[in-house]
Design a protein around this ligand. Structure first.
Ligand SMILES: *Cc1c(COP(=O)(O)O)cnc(C)c1O
Length: 236
């Protein structure tokens, strides 16, 4: 018999708890974001029924339909995909936290759109910690400067950093990148920039979230381990 979302979710939560306890962290300091891109609304509803409180989406149009169908009363929605400035006006209306701010141009557009609807938009700065040219995110060396430039924007609140390392599904290869993001996080914290609260570290996916937790993740973004392989999930 096929495994249910409920049993998969329970196992993921147990693994998060174990990983946190094993490195002396309070499991409550790690929040699970269930990544529901390409997953149909009825399966997301099953996950919500099983206790999911945070959902991550990558595509604006797809997310808009789901958020309209499922609502925002009982769950928080996270935008984790690559974001272009021309989508800014939609994402500020839809999402509680945007994980993928990686340029001043995008930040200014989000700030403007958030101001227009009277919102202070929470954001994370996405860092290209591996320096791969194919990856989204601001270069590691340019991150502090970008944070300083975004900080004065009144309708954005920087809450931390996010990364998408190479070698996902290979925790020991990914670990140095997680560690580097944590070090950058600490460095920015020590700068004590006004209006910046380096609380969150969004790192770790299905293949490597335990390593993420060991290296300090406060947000783990997990899709496959909860909803199954995305191709299969999409076919139903
Ligand atoms: C798809 C995606 C995830 C989830 O990946 P899984 O391996 O299915 O857990 C996490 N973060 C981002 C940015 C993603 O695009």
């Amino acid at each position: 018999m096929a495994e249910t979302i409920q049993s998969r979710l329970k196992r993921v939560k147990d693994r998060i708890t174990e990983a946190a306890l094993a490195c002396g962290r309070d499991p409550k300091t790690v929040k699970l974001i269930a990544v529901s891109k390409t997953v149909p609304a009825d399966r997301i509803l099953a996950a919500i029924g099983a206790g999911v409180k945070d959902l991550g989406e990558n595509y604006v149009q797809e997310a808009r339909e789901k958020i309209e169908a499922l609502g925002r009363e009982t769950v928080s929605w996270h935008y984790i995909g690559h974001l272009q400035s021309n989508k800014a006006k939609y994402v500020v209306k839809l999402f509680d936290l945007i994980h993928s701010v990686d340029s001043l141009k995008l930040a200014k557009e989000l700030d403007k759109r958030a101001r227009a609807i009277g919102k202070v938009q929470k954001v994370l700065v996405q860092v290209n910690i591996s320096g791969e040219t194919t990856k989204s995110g601001i270069d590691t060396e340019a991150t502090v400067a970008l944070v300083r430039q975004i900080a004065p924007l009144d309708n954005l609140a920087i809450c931390g950093l996010m990364t998408m390392p190479p070698y996902f599904n290979s925790p020991e290869k990914v670990r140095p990148y997680f560690r580097a993001l944590k070090e950058l996080h600490n460095l920015i914290r020590r700068e004590a920039i006004a209006n910046v609260h380096m609380a969150e570290l969004s790192m770790g996916m299905t293949g490597d979230f335990e390593a993420g937790i060991q290296e300090g993740a406060t947000l783990v973004r997990i899709g496959t381990a909860i909803f199954g392989e995305r191709g299969a999930a999409a076919r139903g």
